[in-house]
Design a protein around this ligand. Structure first.
Ligand SMILES: *Cc1c(COP(=O)(O)O)cnc(C)c1O
Length: 316
């Protein structure tokens, strides 16, 4: 089977991910409707041909797939045999890239932040990358940071033995990725007043906002401390759409201490949400989003009659 045929099967248009209403008194008593946009279920809606591709498990699904798909198409169209990308030791994006590479028969190289990890047993996330055929290249935190400079990036790619590979940036957020995420916004046109999503790089929010219809707005909840995201989202939208696109804002102060910090209160909140609604709540991103929406609703941030859609970007 030719690689381009695999791409066509894997990347064919999908039905929209499910949109579900939940009944929750913490929202209902403020006259706010809460919908869940189940992007965590994207893998179950990919209409693939199991005979063609064999047993398929995309880990993880969700927004990483929306961001990767147009990049995979471009890599294959350019005739690249390999993808190189970047992430931390628990990166969902590294896992998604490794799985996609295996499915498409493309080599993958993952540049991992933290050279202290080299030579140690791999954690579950990195072990999964390796099992999907990703070659891991560990670099120091300072060298990792320098990749923002194009020359340092080229050097890093060379050093990783990935010269000529298709470069996907950290978190998968580039112009093509934003166009993939705009589809998420289009799927939600007319369905909600405010569409909220947790932000790492902000790429998903930047694309989502561009795809929404008139009168709708996107709300991002950064999971990292630092307040740098506003400028990055503007830069991403400039690259993808030539300027600002759609209405969006950030709700800062819900990062709970920073990336991957899960204080006991947040964990208990997430477990409670799981009990109430039977939804597995991913802790790094989704729990912070749902917490933020609950707090904002309680403080009267949304007028009565507002319909909120929370994008469930992944599963635990
Ligand atoms: C990566 C990720 C995000 C954040 O996406 P960005 O486009 O980097 O902002 C949100 N939720 C989950 C589950 C993720 O894996």
């Amino acid at each position: 089977m030719k690689r381009s045929a695999h791409v066509d099967v894997l990347l064919q248009p999908r039905p929209p991910s499910p949109l579900q209403e939940v009944r929750d008194d913490r929202f209902e008593r403020h006259g706010v409707r809460l919908l869940l946009k189940r992007d965590d279920l994207i893998h179950t809606t990919v209409p693939w041909d199991a005979d063609l591709l064999g047993p398929v498990e995309l880990h993880p699904p969700g927004n990483k797939w929306r961001k990767l798909a147009p990049n995979l198409r471009a890599a294959v169209a350019e005739g690249r045999g390999c993808l190189v990308t970047f992430g931390g030791a628990y990166s969902n994006h590294l896992r998604a890239t490794a799985a996609a590479g295996r499915l498409l028969g493309l080599g993958t190289v993952g540049v991992v932040r933290g050279d202290e990890l080299a030579g140690r047993p791999l954690n579950d996330s990195l072990a999964r990358c390796a099992a999907d055929g990703m070659r891991l290249h560990f670099v120091s935190r300072s060298q990792y940071r320098r990749k923002a400079d194009p020359q340092a990036l080229a050097e890093l790619v060379r050093e990783a033995g990935a010269e000529g590979a298709y470069v996907v940036p950290e978190g998968g957020s580039n112009a093509l990725a934003l166009h993939g995420c705009a589809e998420l916004g289009r799927e939600l046109r007319g369905a909600a007043d405010v569409v909220a999503v947790a932000c790492g790089t902000g790429g998903t929010l930047a694309g989502l906002a561009a795809g929404l219809g008139p009168g709708q707005r996107a709300l991002g909840v950064p999971v990292l401390a630092g307040g740098f995201l506003d400028a990055e989202i503007r830069a991403l939208q400039l690259a993808a759409f030539g300027g600002p696109a759609g209405a969006w804002a950030l709700a800062e102060d819900f990062h709970h201490g920073g990336y991957a910090r899960v204080p006991a209160a947040l964990d208990a909140f997430a477990a409670g949400f799981e009990d109430r609604h039977g939804l597995p709540v991913e802790r790094v991103y989704v729990a912070k989003l749902l917490w933020a929406l609950t707090e904002l609703t309680d403080s009267g941030a949304f007028p009565r009659g507002t319909t909120l859609a929370a994008v469930i970007t992944g599963r635990p």
